[in-house]
Design a protein. Structure first.
Length: 386
């Protein structure tokens, strides 16, 4: 085997898990573009919803706050946190823990002997006894096909692929969706000086109020302390967690967006569905709303979020025994899939471990849940080989 542990994906979850594995003395290789999703799929200038206490280190030493302290920055001066600052922190973290990342893509993962083998986009291959896959959310974009089915591909963009606003193309924009990302993009477009942004969504306008995520801290502590904590909650208890999360994340919008959305530019359409969009001969897009209103726009942006579909992660397709439910992998209490030795983390783990695993806050917890089991699995393999 080329390595004991192969981590696929160098976002927050991949980096946190790999760093903790190295800390526990496990030979680890990481494949992926460091913070690739954050660099390529989050807009420049974006501000984070998370606080300064969210970090990547399962040992609680090389935290974001430690990074700020080393640079002599007062956390109050970087609130809300600019996305670039967190990317810089991740680079610092990677360096300080001595994590080398191979900036390649895994194109296929398959079983080989008692472990795994991967193909890399550069043409190479690697074998590993165990694998942690941290694919993030970019494969899971949720597209409302009915509304935009008749639009040419270049007239409609999911927020995941819209990091640079094009003043000419986006002069009059319709955003479908009404949560944080919809209003975040509305603010970015207004900042860029576009003529009009219409935001259409089926629900009430969320409240512009700061989110407070501290309620998740004890839940994440429980997840680490009690194996299988989340899955053993009753349906009502799990619903209560989901509702609390929903109330904080979905029913609130960050108040720092408000001054960036002038009324004459950003038009809100609550309780509204976009029923169809067609391109007219003169190039305008004609969008019909469920209210009967018709809008003429130049571009449609889908702020319609993400929906798990683990089969859409290309490199996992050669693992026929990977069990899934509702698009999520079935995971044991250590985030191990039905393919022994393969672990899946991050958003993919939210069904079995709770919604917090879609955010940086749970990165250290995920590492603490996975890595000791990786160590036990390697130990078992070593004793069988003796
Ligand atoms: C607009 C927006 C704002 C957000 N704001 C916040 C926030 O404020 N706070 C917060 O905690 N979270 C926020 N999130 C959620 C954030 O995406 C997650 O917290 C975080 O990225 C999860 O980390 P991850 O490692 O699971 O996934 P990712 O960061 O997506 O990392 C996965 C990595 O895997 C790589 N990869 C994919 N396929 C392959 C392959 N075949 N081979 C190798 N590598 C591969 C990708 O390039 C990517 O870098 C936001 C998300 C969005 C979309």
């Amino acid at each position: 085997m080329d390595t004991s542990l192969l981590v696929i994906g160098a976002g927050p979850y991949g980096l946190a898990t790999a760093a903790y594995a190295r800390h526990l003395g496990i030979e680890t290789v990481v494949i992926g573009e460091p913070m690739g999703f954050w660099r390529e799929h989050m807009p420049r200038g974006m501000l984070l919803r998370s606080g300064p206490d969210w970090h990547l280190d399962a040992t609680d030493v090389h935290t974001f706050e430690a990074y700020l302290a080393e640079r002599g920055v007062d956390p109050a001066d970087v609130d809300p946190i600019p996305v670039d600052l967190f990317i810089e922190y991740a680079s610092w973290f990677q360096e300080i823990v001595g994590l080398r990342v191979r900036p390649e893509l895994v194109t296929a993962l398959r079983r080989r002997d008692h472990g795994f083998e991967v193909d890399l986009d550069g043409g190479g291959q690697l074998s590993a006894a165990t694998v942690v896959a941290a694919p993030g959310i970019s494969h899971f974009t949720n597209i409302p096909h009915r509304a935009v089915a008749h639009l040419p591909e270049d007239r409609v963009t999911h927020t995941c692929f819209l990091t640079e606003v094009d003043r000419a193309r986006d002069a009059r924009t319709l955003i479908i969706g009404g949560r944080q990302s919809a209003f975040e993009w509305a603010a970015l477009l207004a900042d860029a000086g576009v003529d009009a942004v219409h935001v259409a969504y089926r629900h009430d306008t969320p409240a512009f109020a700061p989110a407070d995520w501290h309620f998740v801290d004890p839940m994440i502590d429980q997840t680490v302390a009690v194996p299988g904590w989340f899955r053993r909650l009753s349906t009502e208890q799990r619903d209560a967690v989901a509702n609390r999360f929903w109330a904080e994340g979905r029913l609130k919008l960050e108040p720092w967006l408000t001054p960036r959305m002038p009324e004459g530019v950003v038009h809100r359409h609550p309780h509204t569905e976009v029923t169809s969009c067609v391109e007219l001969p003169n190039g305008d897009i004609r969008a019909e709303l469920s209210t009967g209103q018709v809008l003429l726009v130049d571009h449609v942006v889908l702020a319609t979020g993400y929906r798990a579909d683990i089969n859409s992660v290309p490199y996992l397709r050669e693992l026929p025994d990977l069990e899934t439910v509702d698009g999520f992998p079935v995971l044991d209490e250590h985030m191990q899939t039905s393919e022994p030795g393969l672990f899946l983390t991050g958003f993919a783990a939210t069904r079995d471990f709770g919604p917090f695993f879609g955010f940086v806050r749970a990165c250290p917890a995920a590492a603490q849940i996975i890595v000791p089991e990786v160590a036990r699995s390697l130990e078992r393999a070593a004793s069988l080989a003796r």
